[in-house]
Design a protein around this ligand. Structure first.
Ligand SMILES: [Zn+2]
Length: 347
């Protein structure tokens, strides 16, 4: 989640998306992360072919992972708080790229860059507002720091009708010696999205519409990654029929969620219908000066929604946002809601 500042956003939007040779970046990091995380070498040798349904001969370990597995990896000290443009972000990106490729999703980043859609981030500086760390525009700098979204797809019967499910994977990094692990904000959303796609793959059903998964970066700097995607989409934007964005869903009272979005749109309606199926509540709430990546799509006229817990602000943007504050059953419920909504929209 990020606090909105009109001028900040304007500055960022003006920068646009610039291609960067991402391929120079993660190769060595990848080896490090793979070694650190102890993935079986046999899985790493799987061909990165596109699969649209479960293949019993491969990927069983990655299909069995859970959102909490992902959250614990992403919020570990080795990920250094996943600040956009940092080594920590590159490590998180490498972990997520590995998951997407082991699940057999189709790479949909910038051509020849696999899942990655690279862009540059603006200079920022850290500041604290009411005890919470956030970013503000930094002094002018011509340093062009690379960052990247990750985009993968599960092809449906209709390739040109897309349901986009997304979560930002960046967070705040390390500041004044304190690690900001961002377990709830937003490793929880990333874990949910992976759980949804794992469930769909385990069930082996081919969707009618294509499902695209996006992990945004630089959300904490003002939705820079999702804005870069909208400015430079890998497929025509009009093909996106709905955007379901997940941000900070692991805490609070069980089943007590909230939404940011226009109540008339199909994305909001699908989530609310899904929440009812799951026995949860998800009313529209005022953004009150905050927002998330769905705003980049709403501004482009695409039906979009962000789901969060109603208590999302608790420990938000503090070093206490660790896996210890999370409720695995709440995260599971959020995944169920997204799954049901995807079912309504894409099957
Ligand atoms: Zn945040």
């Amino acid at each position: 989640m990020v606090q909105t500042r009109r001028t900040f956003l304007k500055t960022l939007l003006g920068l646009g998306a610039v291609l960067f040779p991402w391929s120079i970046f993660p190769a060595r990091m990848g080896e490090f992360v793979k070694t650190e995380l102890g993935h079986p070498s046999a899985e790493l040798q799987l061909p990165p072919e596109i699969k649209t349904k479960i293949n019993k001969e491969s990927n069983s370990e990655s299909l069995r992972r859970t959102a909490m597995d992902d959250i614990i990896v992403l919020s570990a000290p080795v990920m250094q708080g996943r600040r956009a443009g940092s080594v920590g972000e590159a490590k998180a990106s490498e972990y997520l790229t590995l998951q997407l490729s082991l699940l057999g999703l189709k790479p949909m980043g910038i051509p020849k860059a696999g899942f990655a859609q690279a862009f540059t981030i603006p200079p920022v500086t850290e500041t604290k507002v009411n005890g919470r760390l956030t970013f503000r525009p930094g002094r002018y700098s011509d340093l062009r720091i690379p960052s990247a979204n990750l985009v993968g797809g599960l092809r449906g019967e209709k390739e040109s009708e897309i349901i986009l499910i997304s979560a930002h994977y960046d967070h705040l990094g390390i500041f004044e010696g304190h690690l900001y692990p961002g377990a709830n904000d937003n490793a929880s959303g990333v874990g949910c999205i992976l759980d949804v796609i794992r469930r769909i793959l385990r069930e082996g059903k081919i969707p009618k519409r294509t499902i695209v998964i996006a992990f945004w970066s630089a959300e904490e700097m003002g939705f820079v990654g999702s804005q870069a995607f909208v400015n430079n989409p890998p497929f025509p934007l009009h093909q996106i029929k709905a955007v379901l964005n997940v941000d900070t869903v692991g805490n609070g009272v069980m089943g007590d969620f909230a939404l940011w979005g226009n109540g008339e749109n199909v994305a909001v309606k699908a989530i609310q219908q899904a929440a009812a199926i799951c026995g949860a509540s998800a009313p529209i709430t005022p953004t009150a000066g905050h927002n998330s990546d769905s705003v980049s799509f709403a501004a482009a006229g695409i039906p979009a929604v962000t789901i969060m817990t109603r208590d999302w602000l608790d420990k938000n943007h503090t070093p206490e946002d660790t896996p210890a504050i999370l409720k695995p059953e709440q995260i599971h419920l959020a995944s169920e809601i997204i799954y049901e909504a995807v079912h309504i929209l894409a099957f």
